[in-house]
Design a protein around this ligand. Structure first.
Ligand code: F6R
Length: 578
């Protein structure tokens, strides 16, 4: 949540910051702002709204200076308004900083600062830090004033600050992501790698509880005790164009189509070590949130059915209240960002009970990787749209490779391509259902988690209530919700669920439901209102045939309702608060 960026170098900082904020916008987009340090001191431009809305005010770009910080906000403390937008400053305006996270003891600190005469302009926790630094600057040099202030903070933060007259950026990290991008005579600090990709591929993921001091030509990384560390510089092989729209109307549509290529990369993921861990495990707990939870549900099913393990998928935020891990448990965390706070906390709980951790993630150097005993990277490339699409299919691909090895998986990208060829038909159906109040998704077996994913995709970007049910559950309650014209998306592949799904479809039709079947069974055509054809394939590969159709359906319903599918309200990618 919240995207932060810092720049120091030879370019016009305002241009670098605004471009980076556009890339980071998926982390939060209710307000945006930048602060530049130049011969006039520190100048700040900020406001409520998306980066594009705020930055159309040309004064943003006209700010001169080669040092600056920027922020795109997902509100935690304080309403969405101009005052609460970052960067935040202090009474004498000699500090400006951006923050991602939550300062838990800010009320206590604020009270102390108010007593010392500080005046606050916003309702945020973040502003407290700027005043704290100001207070320390009265008796200390800049670097010390910054580090002493940081040491007083409780909670989570990645913070980047500029201080008047200092040709450095000051940063700190605790439980929120931060990377250092190393360029030639320029350096960057950012929440995420894509923000720095146009300038450098050399990065250092900043470790937990570290302080950073960066000039245009060198950097210093220290722990909170002041001890300098020299972490390895990583070369990322992501292409900066992957984080651009490439002619598509939205990142989401581009990323749906990217799957034809990203899946090939995911299928080449290194899985040998992880497979050994699975072979030696008997009790496996899978931990994830949202879309990643749906992937973990597929994983748990295949571990049970194919590898005969005791495996259970847990919602990460509930894990500590319902699970009982031990040193005999192997925990598998699925998180594309590697930064989801709920997942990280659940993993820490499992590790405190002695569990071993295997993680599946997309982001090199992310927080989860530092906790893991073994890691499998998804190799899906950066995903910008808030709604996960290509990273979900990549999770499935890696899961399948772990379960089945390499046999017959190589045609998965082709199955995806064929499914995308239904786009026109899907668009027409999206038009038909776009004004519905509720839409239901039904599936059995492996199709059920795919139905859950279809429902999540639809609800998060179209704001229509959508729910998935294991089709057999319908008669145990939800059937009462079906009335004339209610859309029901039935996942009905020709696998072992075929006959029972037909029965459930008939139950819905008998109550007047408008059934759209995803099927390769031509006989279903006369039973339902519309068919989205899927490729006939091996039973276990049907999820790949159905998924792109569900993603496209959600995308077009969102478009026809006039919503920006890349930036659904109230949401952000990478949820770093619990
Ligand atoms: C939905 C979506 C979210 C994420 C969830 C977990 O489209 O993207 O539900 O799947 O926030 O995120 P990661 O996988 O980064 O842990």
């Amino acid at each position: 949540m919240c995207g932060i960026i810092g720049y120091i170098g030879f370019r016009k900082a305002s241009e670098v910051l605004l471009k980076a904020l556009k890339t980071l916008e998926y982390r939060g987009y209710d307000s945006a702002g930048i602060a530049i340090s130049n011969e006039n001191g520190i100048e700040i431009k900020k406001g409520a709204g998306k980066v594009d809305d705020v930055a159309t005010d040309l004064s943003f770009i006209s700010l001169d200076g080669k040092i600056g910080v920027g922020h795109s906000r997902w509100a935690t403390h304080g309403r969405v308004c101009n005052e609460n937008a970052h960067p935040h400053s202090n009474c004498s305006k000699n500090v400006a900083l951006v923050h991602n996270g939550v300062i838990e003891n800010y009320l206590e600190l604020k009270e102390e600062l108010l007593k010392k005469g500080h005046k606050f302009e916003s309702e945020t926790d973040t502003e407290t830090v700027a005043h704290l630094i100001e207070e320390n600057l009265k008796s200390m040099a800049a670097e010390k004033a910054f580090s002493e202030s940081i040491k007083r903070l409780e909670g989570s933060y990645s913070i980047v600050a500029i201080i008047k007259g200092e040709k450095r950026l000051f940063a700190a990290r605790r439980n929120s992501p931060l990377i250092l991008g190393i360029g030639e005579n320029e350096n960057f600090l950012a929440s995420d790698i894509p923000a720095v990709l146009p300038y450098t591929k050399k990065i250092i993921p900043i470790e937990e509880e570290m302080l950073v001091s960066v000039s245009d030509s060198e950097y210093k990384i220290m722990d909170f005790g002041g001890m300098q560390v020299n972490p390895k510089v990583l070369e990322v092989d992501w292409d900066s164009t992957v984080a651009e729209k490439g002619g598509f109307a939205h990142f989401m549509l581009k990323e749906i189509y990217d799957q034809r290529i990203s899946l090939k990369e995911s299928l080449s993921a290194k899985t040998e070590e992880a497979r050994k861990i699975l072979d030696s495990a008997q009790n496996i707990h899978l931990i994830a949130c949202g879309t990643s939870y749906h992937a973990s549900f597929v994983f748990a099913t295949l571990l049970e059915k194919e590898l005969k393990k005791n495996a259970k998928a847990f919602i990460a935020s509930d894990y500590q209240f319902v699970a009982n891990p031990s040193n005999e448990t192997v925990v598998i965390a699925l998180t594309q960002s590697g930064e989801t706070a709920d997942t990280i906390q659940a993993v820490k709980f499992a590790k405190s009970k002695g569990a071993k951790l295997l993680s599946l993630t997309n982001v090199v150097g992310s927080s989860i990787t530092r906790l893991s005993d073994s890691i499998v990277y998804l190799n899906a490339g950066p995903e910008v749209s808030v709604a996960a699409t290509k990273t979900f299919s990549s999770q499935l691909a890696v899961i399948y490779k772990l379960i089945y090895g390499n046999s017959y998986l190589s045609n998965i990208p082709e199955i995806i391509s064929n499914s995308l060829s239904q786009e026109q038909k899907i668009k027409e159906l999206a038009q038909k259902i776009k004004d519905s109040k509720s839409i239901f998704f039904l599936g059995r077996g492996l199709s059920y988690p795919i139905a859950m994913e279809g429902a999540l995709k639809l609800k998060e970007i179209s704001y229509i209530h959508a729910e998935a049910y294991p089709a057999g559950e319908l008669k145990h309650g939800p059937l009462s919700l079906i009335e004339e014209g209610v859309p029901v998306i039935a996942l009905a592949p020709s696998d072992e669920t075929k006959a029972k799904m037909l029965g459930n479809i008939k139950e819905v039709k008998a109550r007047g439901g408008f059934v759209i079947a995803l099927t390769d069974n031509p006989k279903l055509e006369k039973e339902v209102d519309a068919v989205i054809e899927i490729e006939k394939t091996r039973a276990e590969l049907y999820p790949f045939a159905m998924l792109p159709a569900l993603q496209l359906l959600a995308y077009y319903v969102s478009i026809f309702r006039g919503i920006d599918p890349d930036r659904p309200r109230n949401l952000a990618k990478s949820v770093t608060v619990e």
